[in-house]
Design a protein around this ligand. Structure first.
Ligand code: BGC
Length: 551
């Protein structure tokens, strides 16, 4: 184990932190059952330490039937036996803290699993009962109640309503689920639900958890006043606007809940932190990121921003302005467990959209994997130099690509299974990590991997990259290490480049970042070169390259 350094005492540690998302089922498997687990994560602490991380965020590891990769939680205060025990969690937390890495857990408050004890009680109970009132049960329409109560749509099924009989209910009611039918939505108008989540947050905060990632933070409150309003398609963020009166999301009443959570977080020293996953109109983001509510909010704009100078500059400017309004810090992210790996997106012809790529089975569009990895590294160095915190996703430090050819019979994601198999879903970024160049599941574990790993994973394994100074892993390690010593005031200044494909900005301490997005090589400005995401050509910055300088 690496030597103990402990945690920093800085209450603002989160403002410019490097946070690494672990999808526990696919990180490292300690017991050879093909599924990653908490002990697997603990066994890789030296690796996490080598990335100079401030924190890791663990996607759900709670008991779950995996109808949605663990985002269907059956018990919010326990560990899925396939992933370990609470004692394993405590051990992981203690070992991470020893090496100065904090820990975020994922809280999924919008919905539970249908296997949650409350939902099991609700299904057995009568209409109008206390048990049913923890969820959203309604009578159906039609002469015999044979039609769903409204036209609301769900993310993973055509309708947001399922008849209770599907889950074994004997009555004639329907229950609401914004995601899969196995993910019934809680009724957040019921104070019992509020209390239960405060208990869950306290449970983890008391165990020493430093932060929380709040899943679909915008959706807890709905307009459930009768008659329920019609909403046959998802509202766009523009349609929902900044009024705080969405039917199914982004309602003003949410912030009463988050203010209560903040009170709880502030009872700890240092205060617990939280980051909201909220798909809302940009003008509404400050409400979630306010110091009086959750404190920080994901900004997903770089996931969609094309790798082009003008688009990158605009995204940065918008995000910086927003952060000023929030009094929070910016959050930068290129990938997560719901997105096509960005190395792949950046190696595709930019005219190819996500959906057509998915539908094409990943074969009919030309992928330039090397260019994708190179651009991805340039993008990473660009965002790591910006003020704010960076959320990274496991495997991106290896320059890993999306696995596009998982056979249909092995796909687990409800996005595929429930979407008329029209969209290959998110499993391609959730394939277990390659640690070794060969052997059972490339060193992920001794018993295979729960999603099939392609043969090219060998070249992207930790072992293959570890000793190569130009590998993605080496660049991440050096850049993240440098970043720790370079972090300074949350400000940037843009410098003229005279080239529309090149961006140059600096931080107040003389840390400069120059990115050449495309075209001719760009002459190197004066200064001490700290790192380059790709080798220079005759001292110039080639296309798809970011350089950090110190002046
Ligand atoms: C998570 C997804 C999940 C959904 C429902 C999201 O935002 O990131 O993975 O499917 O919430 O819980």
């Amino acid at each position: 184990m690496p030597k103990s350094v402990g945690l920093s005492k800085d209450k603002n540690w989160w403002r410019q932190a490097a946070i690494y998302q672990i999808y526990p089922r696919s990180f490292a498997d300690s017991n050879g059952d093909g599924i990653g687990d908490l002990k697997g994560v603990t066994s890789r602490i030296s690796y996490l330490k080598s990335l100079s991380l401030d924190a890791v965020w663990l996607s759900p590891f709670y008991p779950s039937a995996l109808a949605d990769g663990g985002y269907d939680v059956a018990d919010y205060r326990d560990v899925d036996p396939r992933l370990g025990t609470l004692a394993d969690f405590d051990e992981l937390l203690a070992e991470l803290h020893k090496v100065g890495i904090r820990i975020f857990v994922d809280i999924v408050p919008n919905h539970s699993s249908n296997l949650h004890v409350w939902f099991k009680e609700a299904i057995e109970a009568k209409p109008g009962s206390k048990a049913r009132n923890r969820y959203i049960f309604r009578d159906g329409k039609g002469e015999k109640g044979e039609l769903p109560p409204t036209d609301w749509v769900s993310h993973f099924a055509p309708s947001a309503w399922t008849h209770e009989s599907v889950m074994g209910g004997k009555g004639n009611q329907w229950y609401m689920h914004w995601f899969a039918p196995e993910q019934p939505d809680f009724n957040w108008d019921n104070p019992e639900v509020e209390k239960e989540f405060l208990k869950t947050l306290k449970f983890w905060a008391d165990r020493g958890v430093d932060g929380f990632r709040i899943d679909v933070a915008h959706a807890l409150k709905k307009d459930l006043s009768e008659p329920l309003r019609s909403l046959p398609v998802f509202e766009t963020l523009e349609e929902r606007g900044n009024k705080g009166k969405g039917i199914l999301a982004d309602r003003d009443e949410l912030f009463k809940i988050y203010k209560q959570w903040r009170k709880l977080f502030n009872q700890y020293d240092p205060p617990r932190v939280a980051v909201a996953e909220a798909f809302v109109h940009p003008e509404r983001l400050p409400l979630y990121a306010s110091t009086k509510t959750l404190g920080q909010c994901f900004d997903f704009r770089f996931i969609e921003t094309p790798f082009e100078a003008a688009a990158y500059k605009e995204s940065v400017q918008d995000a910086l302005e927003l952060a000023l309004k929030n009094k929070s810090s910016c959050t930068w992210t290129l990938s997560n467990h719901d997105q096509i790996r960005h190395a792949t997106k950046m190696g595709l012809n930019s005219a190819v959209d996500r959906r057509s790529w998915m539908l094409s089975d990943g074969t009919s569009h030309p992928l330039d994997a090397a260019a994708g990895t190179q651009n991805a590294l340039a993008a990473t160095l660009f965002i790591l130099a910006l003020p704010g915190s960076t959320y990274m996703y496991q495997g991106e430090e290896l320059g890993l690509h999306e696995v596009t050819d998982i056979p249909a019979s092995q796909i687990q994601d409800p996005q595929y299974l429930r979407n008329n198999k029209m969209d290959k879903g998110r499993d391609g970024c959730r394939v277990p990590l390659p640690w070794q160049k060969s052997g059972s599941s490339f060193g992920f574990g001794t018993g295979g991997a729960h999603l099939p790993q392609p043969s090219w994973f060998a070249d992207y394994s930790v072992a293959a990259e570890e000793n190569d100074p130009n590998s993605a892993l080496s660049i991440y390690r050096i850049a993240l290490g440098l970043r720790k010593s370079l972090i300074t005031e949350e400000k940037i200044k843009w410098h003229k480049t005279g080239n529309p494909s090149v961006l140059h900005f600096s931080r107040p301490n003389g840390w400069h970042c120059i990115t050449n997005f495309r075209g001719e090589s760009y002459p190197m400005p004066k200064g001490e070169i700290l790192i380059s995401s790709h080798p220079l050509t005759n001292g110039k910055i080639p296309a798809g390259t970011t350089v950090w300088l110190k002046k």
